[in-house]
Design a protein. Structure first.
Length: 471
């Protein structure tokens, strides 16, 4: 059973799309970006290239290869005490969509030093809230020239998080769900590119340095709570982003502890018509003490300053420490930095968890937090609350544009407490249960606010149950 990719390497992403409330983008609110999975053709070509590389090594080598086929799955139910949705799917009606996932993985070794891995995954679509997607999550070839070097090329997963390699495999961790406050830095944790891993055996354990470079396409979701004119209902808008970059991750592990420090830098750019990013929303004064933020090119004003792309840097720290007597502490912290634009998801986030193993049971308690930087939070608050008097010509359209513009800024101010447990039915299956209380402060883009409302200073209680298996 080989569901853990020991390559490890991170990518992070900044997210922003200028919402044009009266332009062509309005049509995108009620429809997915594409009827086909994004970059589907590229994934097929990647898989074909990987298989062709193996075949090029010779039919004899291909037929002599060792193969391993494994799979995993989670059936997860989540229900909250609020009528509005949290994390795309969770409300008081309950859902199986948030946590349910299934995958299958094929590993092949042509020689002791040359191999390939392909993993197929079925999970909720990244570009539509009502569909499931079948995607190729991994498709890479690997070469280990010596015991302490590992080189990989193809579609891989980056060690942006402590559980990056296994976050879809629920049996590999005790949490009912990995804390969203931390595990929402990027909509995707996959990239296509190169990675190199160097390992040193030390008296205190194993030290590993991962370097990576690659490209990825991401679908970023925005919730438009009042809908887009004319007369469209509240709905999700998905935009496609492209990222390119690399970074380094240093990990020290032994039988009792794991420590990891990572730094990554990528360049973010839009795809299609959304290829320019606002630097800020200029304020346009129309009367003493009255005005509006120019969130759309259709509003009169000096014009919105834009850039073609921007840089996004992420620093991460993680630790998994065995305290003896069955106790463990797990923590992850991340800080992201954005240059050139104030409309981004620049933030500080993290969590700390205490776990205690008691035979087959592993109860735990977790505290997690996520807060955007003051610049994006302040701009969101100003735009969201800005109104012009009804006596101003076109006041209704101006006021609607302000809330749509605010919805186009991904910002967060929340923290949560969770109490849960896992129960190992067997070495390959687990049952999990969790109660979590989320407190929303000023705002959170993880919440789908109802039309006309602002979700702030509110709490959301979420119950999660799941069955997890590998085979």
């Amino acid at each position: 059973m080989a569901l853990v990719d020991r390559s490890r390497s991170p990518l992070s992403v900044g997210q922003r799309y200028l919402l044009d409330w009266n332009g062509a983008e309005a049509n995108a609110v009620t429809a997915p970006v594409s009827k086909e999975p994004p970059a589907g053709a590229s994934l097929v070509m990647l898989l074909i290239t990987t298989l062709a590389t193996l075949a090029a090594m010779g039919p004899a080598a291909l037929f002599a290869a060792d193969y391993s086929l494994s799979g995993f799955g989670t059936i997860g139910f989540a229900k909250s005490d609020q009528p509005y949705k949290y994390q795309r799917f969770v409300d008081d009606g309950g859902t199986l969509r948030r946590d349910s996932v299934a995958g299958v993985q094929l590993d092949a070794w042509l020689t002791p030093s040359i191999g390939a891995t392909v993993q197929a995954l079925a999970s909720p679509s990244s570009y539509n809230d009502s569909e499931f997607d079948g995607t190729i999550a991994w498709a890479f070839a690997s070469w280990r020239p010596t015991n302490d070097w590992l080189l990989r090329v193809g579609k891989q997963r980056l060690p942006l998080y402590l559980y990056s390699q296994t976050y879809n495999v629920g049996t590999t961790f005790e949490f009912a769900r990995l804390p969203t406050e931390m595990y929402s830095i990027s909509p995707s944790n996959d990239y296509v590119g190169l990675s190199a891993t160097k390992t040193w055996d030390m008296r205190s354990g194993e030290l590993t340095l991962d370097g990576y470079w690659g490209r990825s396409g991401l679908d970023v979701r925005f919730w438009i709570r009042d809908g887009m004119p004319p007369n469209q209902p509240p709905s999700a808008l998905f935009r496609r982003l492209g990222i390119e970059g690399g970074g380094l991750v240093l990990t020290h592990r032994n039988a009792d502890t794991t420590y990891r420090v990572g730094v990554g830098r990528v360049t973010v750019e839009g795809k299609g018509s959304a290829n320019a990013y606002p630097v800020t929303y200029p304020f346009v004064s129309i009367a003493p003490g009255t005005g509006y933020y120019q969130v759309s090119a259709n509003l009169p004003g000096p014009g919105i300053p834009t850039i073609d792309r921007y840089g996004y840097r992420t620093l991460t720290f993680a630790a998994d420490i065995d305290l003896d007597s069955g106790y463990r502490v797990v923590t992850e912290i991340a800080r992201s930095f954005v240059t050139k634009t104030n409309l981004s998801n620049q933030s500080t986030r993290g969590y700390a968890a205490l776990l205690k193993r008691v035979d087959e049971w592993t109860p735990y308690v977790t505290y997690a937090y996520l807060k955007s930087s003051s610049g994006p939070l302040s701009l969101h608050s100003k735009v969201n609350s800005n109104l012009v008097p009804p006596t101003i010509p076109g006041a209704a359209q101006i006021n609607a544009s302000q809330r749509i513009g605010a919805d186009g800024i991904l910002v967060y101010d929340q923290h949560s407490w969770a109490i849960g447990t896992s129960y190992a039915l067997s070495p390959t299956s687990k049952l999990k249960a969790e109660w979590m209380r989320v407190r929303i402060g000023q705002v959170s883009s993880l919440v789908d606010a109802p039309a006309g409302s602002n979700i702030r200073n509110q709490s959301i209680n979420v119950i999660s149950l799941s069955y997890n298996v590998v085979f």
